[in-house]
Design a protein around this ligand. Structure first.
Ligand code: SF4
Ligand code: MG
Length: 315
């Protein structure tokens, strides 16, 4: 659970001044045990920064982060290590996420280092993980270069599973892969989730895929969550103009649904995140923007049925 979590990056300008990039700005988000929460939004909106901050790879600039009721916001070193075991990340790009000079055994076993297992115990663990992700035993001595993209992502998944995590951030795990193998990797992730009772935060671009796998979906825009709802509620009744514009660019196979959903074409460019618009940050692209939207930032309102939205149109 994140409460008002922010992640700011300070950037020095040419003239020696400093400016602040608010990559994540006072976000509240909870991932419940056993669920898959989809996190969607354009690239550069802060999805990856938020997920890295949640698992405490990045230090939050503000707010609190808790895990199973324990406040982990400012834990460090040995105090943080047990939580890093429980929370892992599967990265977008299996090409750069794996050290090309290491063997698969070393890569998969790396997160196990703090456990000080014997060499034999480690190898046994790696072999059973490789079997779990559908790789052959002889993969163990080979290096990432010997594998296809899909196989490399399986290696990344095995590594993420090595510490027996409870919660995994899947940060666009298939977007760098061939379309032909994307479904296999998704199916593997969903199988593993069921077998190991995992919870996922699933960061993704592909809305059709998110609809297929997520229990709930959160929509992020310029560092803020603007809407959040159970998946079918969000896809059938998107309320925020930004969510509608995101949906309007995907083909909706159901003609009835396509009629129901009022489509909003996404206009303009994503504003410079260094200069976030005042009031509602979506107002520069919103066809419904009023002077109120310029003056006041909308707060998240619960419209019922666990559906929350931050827009002055919905109060
Ligand atoms: Fe559009 Fe105003 Fe709603 Fe923002 S608050 S999404 S500008 S209508
Ligand atoms: Mg990203």
């Amino acid at each position: 659970t994140a409460n008002h979590v922010s992640k700011y990056f300070e950037q020095k300008s040419f003239l020696g001044g400093k400016s602040v990039l608010k990559a994540v700005d006072e976000v509240d988000i909870t991932i419940h045990r056993g669920e898959t929460l989809g996190l969607v939004g354009e690239s550069g909106c802060g999805k990856s920064t938020l997920s890295r901050t949640l698992v405490r790879i990045l230090e939050p600039s503000g707010g609190t982060i808790s895990y199973g009721g324990a406040d982990i916001t400012s834990l460090k070193g040995n105090d943080l290590a047990p939580y890093h075991s429980k929370m892992q990340i599967i990265y977008q790009d299996p090409y750069s996420a794996l050290n090309p000079n290491w063997t698969v055994e070393a890569i998969v076993a790396e997160p196990l280092a703090p456990l000080r297992l014997s060499k034999e115990a480690k190898r046994e663990r790696v072999l059973s993980l490789l079997a779990d992700v559908g790789l052959r035993e002889d993969a163990i001595h080979r290096r990432p270069g010997a594998f296809s993209g899909g196989q490399r992502q399986r290696i990344g998944i095995a590594r993420a599973l090595s510490t027996n995590p409870e919660f995994i951030v899947c940060d666009e795990p298939i977007s760098a892969l061939d379309v032909s193998i994307q479904a296999q990797v998704i199916n593997l992730l969903m199988d593993l989730k069921a077998k190991r009772a995992l919870s996922y935060l699933f960061v993704a671009h592909d809305l059709a895929m998110v609809r297929h796998i997520a229990d709930r979906v959160a929509v992020m825009y310029l560092g803020k969550i603007v809407e959040e709802a159970p998946t079918e509620v969000l896809f059938n009744h998107p309320l925020h103009p930004y969510t509608r514009s995101l949906f309007s660019v995907i083909p909706i196979p159901d003609p009835i649904l396509a009629r129901e959903v009022k489509r909003v074409p996404l206009q303009g460019e994503l504003p410079d995140p260094m200069h976030i618009p005042s009031g509602c940050r979506f107002r520069t692209r919103c066809p419904y923007a009023t002077t109120m939207c310029e003056a006041e930032a909308p707060t998240m309102v619960d419209v019922g049925g666990a559906h929350k939205v931050a827009c002055h149109l919905h109060k």
